[in-house]
Design a protein around this ligand. Structure first.
Ligand code: HEC
Ligand code: HEC
Ligand code: HEC
Ligand code: HEC
Ligand code: HEC
Ligand code: HEC
Length: 449
């Protein structure tokens, strides 16, 4: 609008520019001081330099010295460090110094640049999001491919345009044109696309191999905790519950864990995707929204607006215990508050709704709260493709009874759909229900050997 970049006009105008928004991570006090720091530019060395200084780069960005991110990452700077509120190190001062040689020698840079990015560089970026989404880890102990010396780029090679080969996983839709440009498990292990990959021999019928994805048996469980619930409704700030809060290392009983087994272990949910049964890490998101009745699409309400409404309400409810938006009574109060006009005369939402645990909650014609099934209230499922295992933990290694028995950790595994029902109790379904198997068939499947 002003024909200027936000940083050139920082002041009131740039606050309204989506790229330079004042609300970063929903924190109004954060801001982005582009005028002072400039942006962090494209950084070739982030992948191509061995020994890239990830921690230091992080500290520079946290101190909002965006411009110096790449320079600091290459090791050409001295930092004065302090700690932020969360205990992360943060730079208070950055002094650029191109004579530093510990990571990369500026004069002989070609000696430090690698053509094939080391795993550490890919993983340093992917660790946080893939950890939260999937509990993913990348170590020889947790992934058979890492243990056998495969790298990220062995499976995800890059073309000359830096388009990395990828598959077709749930949720990731930005470059669907690149779907299935990578080798699949079958390509390497059955069709001989990789000479070192052993060709598998399984005792399972062709029907099983057609119905069950490789990952379903070979990623039987995950060992590191992941984010399971984002509750954006109860307080207007995001409350995160991890897998360890609602799942346990016992797939059959989420409350009673098995002693002597790593307590962080959790079992993925199971779902149908393109005719195959795949393992997924489900994420449950709870939030207030505004329903567009014409399109049936719910637009989430920004948290700062919710906080304006819920803050006084929460005070009213003092002494009631946990801040959980569970009972219909509470939901009703909040829905009403969201319909009220703010001091500029606008209601927060025209058609306020709560999205939670498979359902949309709204006012019915009589002004009472009703709940109806809604697509946006379903869990968000993330594919699991790494942390592949071999050996006795693989499902089926101890026989068909791993799945076909009365104690099937496969068909009877518990999947969380709602962290609290109207009485505050977590709601689970079992895997067979999610697969759409009926009771009679389940009976047969649990006795079949
Ligand atoms: C996100 C990681 C990443 C970033 C960032 C990145 N590269 Fe690459 N680059 C790769 C990968 C992966 C390959 C393929 C390596 C292989 O398989 O040999 C590659 C290959 C290359 C090649 C060799 C291409 C060929 O066909 O010979 C060049 C040259 C290159 N990159 C330059 C750059 C430059 C210049 C930048 C910055 C503008 C950059 N890269 C940024 C990951 C990256
Ligand atoms: C600067 C951070 C960064 C680095 C370094 C990086 N990535 Fe990524 N990568 C991302 C982000 C962000 C996405 C977007 C999808 C997401 O959030 O997972 C992504 C997406 C991908 C995807 C596509 C996922 C899909 O299905 O759409 C692949 C494959 C991938 N990265 C592999 C790699 C590999 C291999 C390397 C190392 C050579 C690497 N990445 C290095 C940040 C990074
Ligand atoms: C043995 C092969 C293999 C290795 C090694 C490997 N991946 Fe993957 N990766 C896959 C497969 C298979 C998929 C799933 C593709 C699908 O389902 O269509 C995948 C999916 C992904 C995705 C898409 C997001 C998702 O849903 O999981 C990203 C991003 C990714 N890998 C990054 C990496 C990074 C970073 C590394 C190294 C730390 C790595 N991969 C190592 C095989 C591999
Ligand atoms: C790019 C080719 C490639 C892809 C894709 C790939 N693998 Fe592998 N896989 C290998 C290689 C190579 C080895 C190691 C062989 C060795 O050195 O013993 C291996 C090892 C394994 C092993 C251990 C075998 C043993 O000897 O115990 C299992 C299990 C396995 N892969 C399963 C999978 C699954 C499941 C997928 C898909 C998620 C997959 N692989 C994707 C190449 C691949
Ligand atoms: C129904 C469960 C199941 C499915 C589906 C499955 N596997 Fe396996 N797989 C096993 C079991 C069990 C073993 C033996 C594990 C052990 O005892 O070491 C095994 C072994 C392997 C091995 C080790 C080599 C061997 O033959 O001993 C490879 C490689 C492998 N599977 C790859 C795959 C690939 C690729 C797919 C998908 C096309 C797949 N598996 C699908 C259960 C399964
Ligand atoms: C990973 C779990 C798993 C393992 C291990 C497994 N199965 Fe299955 N089995 C299934 C699933 C899922 C179905 C349902 C497939 C469908 O209906 O599409 C099934 C279906 C069957 C059926 C058909 C039942 C019906 O009523 O339709 C038979 C028979 C069977 N399995 C036998 C076996 C035998 C024998 C073994 C061992 C060699 C075995 N299964 C191992 C998961 C497993």
């Amino acid at each position: 609008m002003t024909k200027k970049f936000g940083y050139e006009v920082s002041g009131d105008v740039s606050l309204l520019d989506g790229d330079y928004t004042d609300f970063s991570m929903d924190n109004a006090g954060y801001g982005a001081p582009w005028d002072r720091s400039g942006p962090s530019e494209a950084d070739c060395l982030i992948c191509h330099l061995k020994g890239y200084q990830w921690k230091e780069r992080g500290a520079a960005l946290r101190g909002r010295f965006f411009r110096y991110g790449p320079t600091v990452g290459a090791g050409w700077a001295t930092l004065k460090l302090s700690q932020d509120e969360l205990g992360n190190s943060k730079a208070d001062e950055v002094t650029v110094d191109y004579t530093k040689k510990e990571s990369a020698d500026f004069e002989n840079l070609h000696l430090h640049i690698v053509r094939k990015p080391p795993d550490e560089n890919c993983w340093s970026c992917h660790a946080i999001s893939d950890g939260k989404k999937r509990g993913q880890q990348w170590s020889p102990e947790t992934d058979i491919h890492k243990a056998k010396g495969l790298d990220c780029v062995t499976c995800h090679p890059s073309d000359k345009e830096h388009n990395f080969a990828k598959g077709n996983t749930l949720q990731e839709t930005v470059r669907d044109d690149l779907d299935n440009t990578m080798y699949s498990c079958e390509d390497c292990h059955y069709k001989g696309k990789n000479k070192k990959a052993p060709r598998y021999k399984h005792p399972f019928s062709p029907r099983h191999m057609k119905r069950l994805a490789c990952e379903t048996c070979h990623i039987p469980f995950q060992i590191a905790s992941a984010d399971l619930v984002y509750d954006n409704a109860s307080t207007g700030s995001t409350i995160v519950y991890g897998t360890s809060r609602f799942l346990s290392n016992n797939p059959l009983d989420s409350q009673k864990s098995i002693s002597g087994v790593d307590p962080n272990i959790w079992y993925p949910a199971i779902k149908e995707f393109k005719g195959k049964i795949i393992p997924v890490k489900s994420l449950i998101v709870i939030y207030w929204g505004d329903l567009d009745e014409r399109t049936n699409v719910v637009r989430p309400i920004p948290l700062w607006r919710v906080r304006e409404v819920t803050r006084p309400l929460l005070k009213d409810e003092k002494g009631e215990g946990l801040p959980e938006i569970n009972s219909l009574g509470k939901i009703k109060t909040y829905l009403k508050a969201l319909k009220e006009k703010d001091n500029l005369g606008h209601p927060v939402a025209n058609h306020p709704v709560l999205i939670k645990g498979g359902f949309l909650y709204q006012f019915d014609k009589k002004g009472e709260v009703e709940k109806i099934k809604h697509e946006q209230a379903e869990t968000l499922d993330f594919s699991l493709s790494h942390n592949v295992m071999s050996g006795p933990d693989v499902i089926g290694a101890r026989g068909c009874g791993d799945c076909h028995s009365k104690k099937s950790s496969f068909f009877l595994r518990k999947v969380l759909v709602d962290p609290y029902d109207e009485k505050g109790k977590p709601v689970y379904v079992e895997a067979w229900e999610r697969l759409g198997i009926d009771k009679e068939k389940l009976g047969r499947l649990l006795t079949e050997q």
